[in-house]
Design a binder for this molecule. Structure first.
Ligand SMILES: *[C@@H]1O[C@H](CO)[C@@H](O)[C@H](O)[C@H]1NC(C)=O
Ligand SMILES: *[C@@H]1O[C@H](CO)[C@@H](O)[C@H](O)[C@H]1NC(C)=O
Length: 616
């Protein structure tokens, strides 16, 4: 049986050729036609090769934004493609030496991602016989990268913009990338990888022949939080999370590394912490592993942000205090009935009355700075302090009375404020006297009337975890606080499963679908509460995975592809809602799966092949 097959390329034109269908991987009667009015790929029986193209070619060229995710600021794409092989990539880099060596790594990742487009990552990449075999074999993709700045660490001021121009001349496609920083150039390579698709009939990659992109993020802080204390998460699972983040231009991995439940960080100065606080001797992060993750992230354009949550959300790990003559560093540890002393079992808070507590806190900060440094931000946690825990601990009550602080709510908030000021001081000392902005969750301390008393707006960034209806959003912005959005009604990824304390659904049900994640627009929300705020105060946002009910086994499907929706929201803050993003999103999910991310399916594959037909 003979079949006609057409591939339009710039140089070969659209050749109508007779293939022996036996060379095709599958003998499919289907082709795809780009509908010019709707920019959708229509699946049709392949009767007219002049207008029908392969799935890959149609997806690459039909939508004005191709299959790019997150959508770049400005895009112009040609509708022609050429076949090529991932083994034929060359590069020339002009950059300061430290950046050039980072770029070598980024280019290696880029080429690896090209290989991952193949259905079987490691399989032989000889294109199928036919007139395009030699075209594919002879084609070169050349990268021409220029980076001017030597910055090799992310900060809130890093210029992540880039320009990318792709042009094809004869057998060579040249991608010209210009960026002020390494981080922009890395994003450009990610975008470039999305100009390519595996073509089933050819068994080669296709790349768009020409394109122009100008791109930069709207928000400087684009984060994913992972809690590794409720349940432990292996280093390889964290690496995979960083791989997926980099495919979505997310730039902050917020590592909520400790909590009341466990203390999995090995401290040289206090090995007792993991001895008492790790779930097992195999569930510990050592310095070299944390440093490896920090570097792994940096190469992928990601800051690894440490959180040491305090003065609540501590407990297990501190049991050695009395035995070593330091007294109780933490109080209410595992105290029952838990509901009286904390929001979820187990309880625990730092002991404000014990001066030795500050020595230990300083040691923890020193080690964290050493593992994660140089840091440009630090997360102090600061959420869900339970006053009743302190107010029912004899040592603390006596100390409050002896010092004439009193026992009122305000007295306790004052002492919490004192604690936070000391914590900032200790961190600054641990960081070689370099002050970095501290991040704190919204809490009773960040409420109107208190926040300005305890938390100077120059020193602190506030991460909002309450709902989009919380008027605190306006208060914070009007008082000039920089904020990060993590409102749980859109960006908590642990919501929507069964309860783990008792029965029914968990506390923040229902599940937040990708549409809910996508549509959470921080600027739009803020505008409901304040008409005068400075948009630069909104640093960005972060989705959070609290791991009471997840560990490495469920990690990918909890995070992905929902965090991809977050990625596009934070990169471009599009004016439209999820509907216009859907077909690119579904396609991007497939791309992440090819790269080894076990992202959830969003729809039947039929919807991917029959674009736009799965709406209610
Ligand atoms: C492209 O790579 C293939 C091997 O995958 C090789 O046979 C071919 O010579 C290369 N082409 C060029 C132009 O380097
Ligand atoms: C602490 O306990 C005392 C009674 O022992 C009570 O008067 C006070 O209101 C309590 N403070 C708080 C903040 O609950």
């Amino acid at each position: 049986m003979k079949e006609k097959y057409c591939i339009s390329t710039l140089f070969l034109g659209c050749l109508l050729v007779q293939f022996d269908s036996s060379v095709f991987a599958q003998d499919s009667p289907w082709g795809y036609r780009c509908d010019g009015d709707t920019s959708k790929c229509i699946k049709e029986e392949a009767t007219d090769p002049l207008i029908q193209t392969s799935f890959a070619q149609c997806k690459l060229t039909c939508n004005p934004y191709g299959v790019l995710w997150p959508k770049p600021t400005s895009v112009s794409l040609d509708d022609q493609v050429v076949p090529f092989l991932p083994s034929n990539v060359t590069s020339a880099v002009v950059a300061p030496p430290n950046v050039a060596s980072l770029l070598d790594e980024a280019i290696a990742i880029f080429i690896d991602n090209l290989h991952k487009n193949y259905p079987k990552y490691s399989q032989d990449m000889t294109p199928r016989a036919g007139p395009y075999k030699s075209a594919a074999n002879n084609h070169i993709l050349h990268l021409d990268i220029t980076v001017t700045n030597s910055d090799d660490r992310l900060s809130l001021h890093t210029d992540e913009s880039y320009s990318l121009a792709l042009a094809t001349n004869g057998d060579v496609s040249t991608a010209t990338i210009h960026s002020p920083t390494y981080f922009g150039a890395r994003h450009a390579l990610e975008t470039l990888s999305q100009f390519t698709e595996y073509d089933e009939p050819l068994h080669a990659l296709l790349i768009i022949t020409s394109a122009t992109i100008e791109d930069s993020p709207v928000f400087p802080y684009r984060g994913v939080l992972l809690d590794t204390a409720r349940n432990f998460v292996q280093i390889t699972d964290i690496e995979r999370t960083l791989d997926a983040m980099s495919a979505n231009k997310l730039n902050t991995f917020h590592w909520h590394i400790t909590d009341t439940h466990s203390f999995p960080v090995y401290l040289t100065s206090r090995p007792e912490m993991t001895h008492y606080g790790a779930y097992s001797s195999r569930e510990i992060y050592y310095a070299r592993e944390i440093m490896h993750i920090v570097e792994y992230g940096r190469i992928r354009g990601i800051r690894v942000l440490p959180e040491y949550d305090a003065p609540a959300h501590v407990g297990n790990g501190f049991q050695w205090g009395p035995k070593e003559g330091l007294g109780d560093i933490a109080v209410c540890v595992n105290k029952e009935p838990w509901a009286s002393y904390c929001v979820e079992p187990p309880c625990g808070q730092l002991n404000l009355a014990n001066p030795k507590m500050y020595d230990v806190l300083g040691e923890i900060y020193s080690e964290f700075v050493n593992f994660f440094g140089p840091i440009d931000l630090f997360h102090f946690g600061g959420d869900e302090v339970n006053l009743n825990c302190w107010n029912t601990t004899e040592e603390i009550v006596n100390w409050m009375i002896e010092n004439d602080f009193g026992l009122s709510e305000d007295s306790y908030y004052d002492q919490w404020g004192v604690f936070q000021a000391r914590a900032l001081q200790l961190l600054t000392t641990a960081n070689g006297d370099q002050k970095v902005p501290g991040i704190l969750w919204t809490s009773h301390l960040t409420e109107a009337g208190r926040i300005e008393k305890y938390l100077p707006s120059d020193d602190y960034i506030i991460q909002i975890w309450t709902e989009e209806t919380d008027p605190i959003i306006g208060e914070l912005l009007d008082k000039n606080y920089r904020v990060i959005f993590s409102n749980y009604d859109h960006w908590y990824l642990d919501c929507g499963f069964g309860a783990w304390v008792g029965e029914g659904n968990n506390w923040c049900s229902p599940y937040k679908g990708w549409q809910t994640v996508y549509d959470n627009n921080p600027i739009e929300i803020a505008s409901r509460y304040s008409t005068t705020f400075d948009p630069a105060l909104i640093l960005g946002g972060e989705a959070a995975l609290w791991t009471e009910q997840a560990d490495g086994e469920a990690l990918d499907s909890r995070l992905w592809p929902r965090c991809a929706a977050l990625g596009e929201r934070l990169w471009g803050n599009p004016a439209h809602n999820w509907v216009l993003a859907e077909s690119r999103f579904i396609h991007h999910r497939q791309r992440m799966v090819r790269r080894g991310i076990q992202a959830d399916r969003i729809q039947p594959q039929w919807c991917h092949q029959n674009e736009g037909l799965c709406y209610a």
